[in-house]
Ligand binder design. Sequence first.
Ligand SMILES: Cc1ncc(COP(=O)(O)O)c(C=O)c1O
Length: 352
Amino acid sequence: MKNYANKNIQAMQPYQPPIEGRRSFDGLLLDFNERTTPFGNVIVEAIKKFANNNKFQIYPEYGDITKDIAEYVNIKPENIMITNGSDQGIDLIFRTFTKKDEEVIIPSPSFAMFYQCSRVIDNKIIMPKYGSNDMSFPLDDVLNSITEKTKLVVICNPNNPTGTLISVADIEKICKKAKDAIVYVDEAYAEFSGVTAVPLLDKYPNLIITRTFSKAFGLVALRIGYVIARPELIKEMLKVRGPYDINMVSLCAAKTALQNLDNLDNYVDEVMEKSKPMLEKFLDDVDIRYYESGSNFILIKPKDSKKIYEKLIQNGIQTRLRKDESINGAVRITIGTIKQTKQLINTLKTLL
Ligand SMILES: Cc1ncc(COP(=O)(O)O)c(C=O)c1O
């Protein structure tokens, strides 16, 4: 049959993360940087109440959700646009602000959806490499790559899969140099890192940030995220987003989560202040190399990584073996609760 797809789409592969079978996996899922425990029963109760209202036949209304999110982010409601997961935010940014053959800068390795969305548009992608020793953000290379042709610079902070952070001061340098382009900061893991470019929005009209309820809030199956930007940019992106792209069940869950921020804080505190240092100490003790992470996941480079990855699965623990060029053979591990981290450490001990 004739292939009717655009040439650039024909040349692409679908982004197919190894997702099948995870929901029925009877072990520890440390492979997708998710929250490893449910947010709690408040979400279930709120969804039940919403469902009992039984008005699924009426189109969604979003009410004052942007106000709730704005309060949480400490910004104005006109700076917020909700999206169907932050994946949709990424897609909207590429579709609204870039065209075929235009230059975009996406440091590598980074989150697959950046490259995917960019290839759909058929941009010219420039990929400065994260530092080979410490996986630090390639600031000089990014700054040197910015020219009058640059339309978009992507900064994943903290970066998936490396976990490494770039400082807000360095993001500001990029905003200044790329003043005629969009500077896009992905903050999917901001709750864990505590680092945010939001204060730069006052000074830089070219800055866009995406966030999500998928990670620290643990609502990934419901698909809700949001964009933070100047209202002028949101106005343009709203022309591209559909009017009903976010469903009301997700909205109800997100609203409820925002009313229960203690739950979020407790989880983030457990992961970042207790589990993460415990795991890092263990890795130091057994001399397994890892990269400095600002998030709820860590990239480790054991000598026989494939074997360790496979043995972990046999022992009921899923992690993610990375094949990206510069980190080939590294294993990315989600950091969960103290109990789960102890289980991981005990299992690793028996394997080493
Ligand atoms: C850096 C980064 N951005 C965005 C996403 C997408 O998240 P969402 O579930 O909000 O679409 C992910 C998911 O893994 C991610 O790692």
